[in-house]
Design a protein around this ligand. Structure first.
Ligand SMILES: CC(C)(COP(=O)(O)OP(=O)(O)OC[C@H]1O[C@@H](n2cnc3c(N)ncnc32)[C@H](O)[C@@H]1OP(=O)(O)O)[C@@H](O)C(=O)NCCC(=O)NCCS
Length: 88
């Protein structure tokens, strides 16, 4: 397969912060590379430092910000960060 993909990851709250997200992201990227994907992209809320840390750790780059792009359940508007990884 050749193409691009978008990635969304949500872990159950009982499993946060023990390395599972990092391991899953690495496995997904390994799969995508094996399938000859050209690029994987994602969008993350700018305040989600934990997620951004994980994405950067596995190789995603910040590609740009979108101001007030997401309306949370609390009624607030949050900035979003676009990130991507391009396989060579
Ligand atoms: C985002 C998510 C997938 C990350 O997976 P995880 O298993 O919790 O993350 P890990 O345990 O693999 O790694 C967490 C990293 O963030 C770091 N971190 C934690 N809180 C942080 C903070 N406030 N600022 C910066 N880094 C932080 C940890 O130190 C760790 O990095 P390290 O391994 O270099 O020490 C998971 O937390 C999740 O599903 N969250 C809820 C839903 C969500 O936010 N999804 C993302 C939507 S875009």
């Amino acid at each position: 397969m050749v193409g691009i993909g978008e990635l969304i990851v949500y872990l159950h709250q009982d499993f946060l912060g023990v390395g599972l997200g990092t391991a899953m992201m690495r496995r997904c990227l390994e799969f995508a590379r094996g399938q000859k994907f050209r690029r994987i992209g994602l969008t993350v809320i700018a305040e989600n430092k934990n997620a951004i840390r994980v994405y950067e750790k596995v190789g995603f780059k910040r590609e740009g910000n979108r101001s007030e792009a997401y309306r949370g359940e609390d009624g607030r508007y949050y900035d979003a960060v676009e990130m991507g990884i391009v396989f060579s």
